[in-house]
Design a protein around this ligand. Sequence first.
Ligand code: HEM
Length: 520
Amino acid sequence: MASHRQHSVLATMPSSTSDPLLHNIPIPSFLTSASSESFTWLYTTAALICALLVLEQSVYRYKKRHLPGSSWTIPIIGKYADSLKPTMEGYMAQWNSGALSAVSVFNIFVVMASSNEYSRKILNSPNHAEPCLVYSAKQILMPDNWVFLTGKTHVEYRRILNTLFTRKALGIYIGVQDAISRQHFSKWLSEAATDSSPKPIMMTARDLNMHTSLRVFCGKHIPEEGAVEINQKYWDITQALELVNFPLAIPGTKVYRAIQARKAAFKWLELAASQAKIAVAEGAEPECMLEEWVKEMQSPSYKGRKDFSDREMAMVVFSFLFASQDAMSSGLIYGFQHLADHPDILAKIREEQYRVRAGDVDKPLTLEMLDEMPYLKAFVKESMRVKPPVTMVPYKATKAFPISADYTVPANSMVIPSFYNSLHDPTVFPDPDSLSPERWLDPQSSANTNPKNYLVFGSGPHKCIGIEYATMNIALILATASVMMDWEHDITPESNKVKIIATLFPLDGCRLKLSPRKHV
Ligand code: HEM
């Protein structure tokens, strides 16, 4: 005992020490009396950590080569802190630093492509790159979700899913969309009647979108309480859509909460799939997407797979919610904001509405009526060009990807095509930041003759499957809003700043003062 105490707490410097001040000063045992094995362990560990840190930097520099981007990466986490709070300014600086540039996040090497040429090349090179969505997507969507398929199996799956977006199918959905948007506007207006102060529409527009999507996809096969539960929990999923999340889905993390939300949604969606099958078997004519899918598979001309389980159908509907909910909300909210800030454009939209509706604003919209609204469609297209809901889509290089003459993306890197610079290219869209629906009305305009630049919905084998549905939804909601309501934008210093939650939103949530519009 005594000897132990002597060698630990009361250890002194060796007698050879000449400084008298140091005599008899207690020295912690780990500095002096630790065994030589402890020192060896300490030095070895320190040396190993140093070697790993040097290796991390060397690998990063080796992969990055001459691409723009920091010469060194922050050890272990890299640019994780930046990816937690992304800003438009930060992304623009990255995109403008070069057609290809590099960053590293949690040791995932990321190549960002900002030019039209490289972005399209990534989207159209299925032999070298495939979508990996955001890092958390597989945990949230389930690894066997169809969206992660590639090649032939993906093409085959899309074949049946494409039938859910034909003109015939859209003709079923439009009545549901029209009725639900009117219900929501009536609610918005009655709330504005009790408190007329401006309110952000960020959440109310999201509710409208979710309600419409669930009823279009599942019809009456989800009870109201299920729709409410999915809607409430969906926000947890949106919040987990960071480019790269904390790697472990442990309780308390965003990904963990998103997984719980997905489980709750799946319960209702599987039930809806099974009920849709029963309804069609009993002879119901399709009133929603799930019923349309079941009916389509019964068609004598249909030769594809017919044995989709309730779970597989639920996964597809969930993938549609996942892909559409945030992007459509973003497109819709900026649509409202752009119209409020451009009364001349709103006036033209209204003129077209009253003309096509022949003054009857209560008449439900049909596809044929939408066909006669080119100005509305041009506005929707332009609004999403100026503020693209999705600015980039993460892909993964499945093998070394020689993307340019002097750079090969290393295998397993993330490679991210971004759309913003293509959509704001001044040679294709003169005065690119200004909102001009007219540029889409002239078939010979540079906007119309360069469709390769309009990357709002991506390009190639994974191009958005819901383009027609999404544009129709945003168009008809804005169209009906324009004849039912007046709205004034409460412009704040944050109105023109962008908040990025996977998709783009006005930082102040778009504060609108609503009032009923008199019939003209
Ligand atoms: C304004 C609304 C929307 C925007 C801006 C948008 C944008 C996109 C983009 C950029 C992609 C990636 C394309 C690529 O990798 O080349 C995508 C994929 C996808 N979108 Fe959309 N989307 C919207 C609405 C919708 C809707 C309403 C649905 C379904 C109802 C949907 C379903 C999908 C699916 C399933 C994919 C993956 C397709 C595949 O991997 O084959 N999206 N979307």
